[in-house]
Design a protein. Structure first.
Length: 133
């Protein structure tokens, strides 16, 4: 049976990658950012500060926006893409993207292998992946 390739990010790695993500996103294109809980909240906080975006803290707020292009969806990784598919029609920004994902984010820093399991600094290293390879 194939094993996961665990990649452990340090806080500095995460910081540097998010700043690379910030540099990809055109200033002034978005007004709001929504971070998908849990990892997307950290990415959204960075994007909010660095791009001067207002964070939407409640999913219900997303439904009240009239114009989709003003909202950017943030997450740490697009692994299967199922979560991002809930926000079809909106631009998305992630740190990592896997080719198996059914959604390709508009912006992402690293494309990783489908068998990579990224451990972010806010996660427990001993945590076991919650999906099959």
């Amino acid at each position: 049976m194939k094993e996961w390739n665990k990649i452990i990010l340090t806080p500095q790695d995460l910081h540097d990658k998010i700043l690379k993500l910030v540099a990809m996103i055109p200033e002034g294109k978005y007004t709001y950012v929504y971070g998908i809980p849990r990892g997307g909240l950290i990415v959204a906080a960075y994007l909010s500060h660095w791009l001067d975006l207002q964070i939407l803290s409640d999913l219900k707020e997303v439904n009240y926006l009239d114009s989709q292009p003003i909202l950017l969806i943030a997450d740490d990784v697009s692994d299967t893409g199922i979560t991002l598919s809930w926000f079809k029609g909106y631009d998305a920004a992630t740190i990592h993207y896997k080719p198996r994902s059914i959604i390709r984010p508009t912006y992402f820093v690293d494309q990783c292998a489908n068998d990579d399991w990224i451990v972010y600094p806010y996660e427990r290293v001993e945590e076991v992946p919650n999906r099959e390879l």
